[in-house]
Design a protein around this ligand. Structure first.
Ligand SMILES: Nc1ncnc2c1ncn2[C@@H]1O[C@H](C[S@+](CC[C@H]([NH3+])C(=O)[O-])CC(=O)[O-])[C@@H](O)[C@H]1O
Length: 330
């Protein structure tokens, strides 16, 4: 089967990185992750990205600033066309981006999370990085901006795949072709890979019904000595505190375990990670997650108790997140 043009770089990168065991599974994974029978909107997203205007080679790409931006000369007509086409990929949740003069004000100020995480990381320059549940790739571009050699986002959302492709259209090869997106979940990562220097899992653990299994999968993707960056919802408490909310948490139906950061550290240690440390813990504000023109559905403010913003509308503690770093033992 011929390789579709949008996947050629991914195949080449897997070859270059020696990810042979995974390479063999790519055709199946891509076919399933982008299956038009499963995801009826796929043709519309693909068409929107295909219609983006061809861009001049001369452009200014910034992957090392809070807004991932590509400045390029467009006519007024082209700019309106770009705005319209990018709008067809909405809702845009992770960003901010500025592409061809169009500011995409996303639901999340994902740059704020990056500011909490980045200062604590082993320098990313020259590293192979996996971003599990990386959304549309905003943080991946920032990782490339820090000089990572190979950044792979895995996320099962086909919408985010096409948002990533839209950003790729603007970035061109300014990142040296080091940033990639595979539309699969963590379950699809081959077992015992042991190759990544840094593995990120941000905003994913609380969606996993088996959090210890998730941590073990993350550990197995790391090379010995590699660094795990785990960011998740936590609750106040000691190492014995874990909340399993009911049907919904802040309106989300698929939320499972919310440990305290102390309990989370213990989980990581029990899963065989070392050097476990909490580097940040903060309440999520309605300035960080909010509805915008590019994500016009309800957002955090609608999910909190109107009379008490320290509670969700279901009566649980309001969202609070911790960033924990750890290493796979050498
Ligand atoms: N099984 C799975 N495997 C991998 N990813 C999954 C899975 N199921 C859902 N996802 C993906 O996990 C992401 C969770 S958002 C975090 C984004 C970014 N990391 C952020 O930190 O801003 C949550 C948040 O907004 O906090 C979504 O993009 C899902 O598609």
């Amino acid at each position: 089967m011929p390789i579709a043009p949008e996947h050629r770089d991914l195949y080449q990168a897997f070859l270059d990185q020696g990810l042979d065991a995974w390479l063999a599974r790519l055709p199946d994974q891509l076919a399933r992750g982008l299956d038009r029978q499963r995801f009826g909107d796929l043709p519309a997203w693909e068409k929107a990205v295909a219609k983006l205007p061809a861009l001049p080679g001369d452009r200014q790409v910034r992957l090392d600033a809070d807004t991932v931006s590509v400045e390029v000369d467009l006519t007024d007509g082209q700019r309106r066309q770009v705005e319209n086409l990018l709008g067809k990929l909405a809702p845009w949740r992770k960003g901010p981006y500025r592409l061809g003069g169009i500011a995409i004000d996303t639901e999340w100020r994902s740059d704020w999370k990056w500011q909490r995480v980045a200062p604590h990381l082993a320098p990313l320059a020259g590293r192979r990085v996996l971003d599990v549940g990386g959304g549309n790739g905003y943080h991946a571009w920032r990782m490339a901006g820090h000089g990572a050699e190979f950044v792979l986002v895995i996320d099962p959302s086909p919408r985010f795949f096409w948002q990533f492709r839209a950003v790729r259209h603007f970035v061109g090869d300014a990142d040296g072709g080091r940033t990639h997106f595979l539309p699969v979940g963590i379950e699809e990562v081959p077992e015992a890979l042991g190759v990544f220097d840094t593995v990120f899992s941000m905003g994913v653990l609380y969606h996993r019904p088996s959090p210890l299994e998730h941590i073990q999968q993350l550990r197995e993707a790391l090379r010995p000595g590699g660094e795990l960056v785990l960011e998740t919802l936590v609750v106040a408490g000691d190492e014995t505190t874990v909340l399993l909310p009911g049907e919904r948490y802040a309106a989300m139906p698929n939320v499972y375990f919310l440990p305290s950061s102390a309990a989370l550290c213990q989980w990581l240690e029990r899963c065989g990670l070392t050097n476990v440390r909490v580097v940040d813990e903060a309440v999520t504000t309605t300035d960080e997650q909010r509805a915008t023109a590019w994500m016009s559905f309800q957002s955090l403010a609608d999910f909190l108790d109107p009379a008490d913003s320290t509670r969700t509308r279901e009566g649980h503690p309001a969202p609070r997140r911790a960033v924990v770093l750890a290493n796979r033992p050498v």
